[in-house]
Design a protein. Structure first.
Length: 109
């Protein structure tokens, strides 16, 4: 196992004992799993087995509500706060609902 996880192999061991390829992780963090464009006041849920890993604000936005998965620890509450265009909010969101604005919600696992 140690040989297969050498720096040249591109693989790494995650906390849950899965071996993953670092290139796959990089692709995912750069939007390789796709995204949802959100510009309405409906609740949007990430597909089953996925979460939204980043919210990129395109037009000043306010979040009405959100749900995170059990691996995300968020201290405080940012609902109702103005998020300016260009701002990127990272996390592990199972769902998101806007009060106003437009965001791109990037999918990840």
């Amino acid at each position: 196992m140690i040989e297969s996880m050498s720096p040249r192999s591109g693989r790494t061991l995650k906390e849950d004992d899965r071996v993953v390829n670092i290139a796959d992780l990089a692709e995912e963090s750069l939007g390789g799993k796709g995204f949802d464009f959100i510009s309405d006041e409906e609740e949007h849920a990430a597909p089953k087995g996925m979460v939204y890993i980043a919210l990129q604000v395109l037009d000043d936005a306010k979040i009405a509500s959100y749900r995170t998965d059990e691996r995300a620890e968020i201290i405080g509450n940012f609902t109702g706060e103005l998020l300016p265009a260009g701002f990127i909010l990272y996390g592990r969101y199972k769902s998101i609902k806007l009060t106003s604005g437009k965001v791109i919600a990037y999918k990840g696992v």
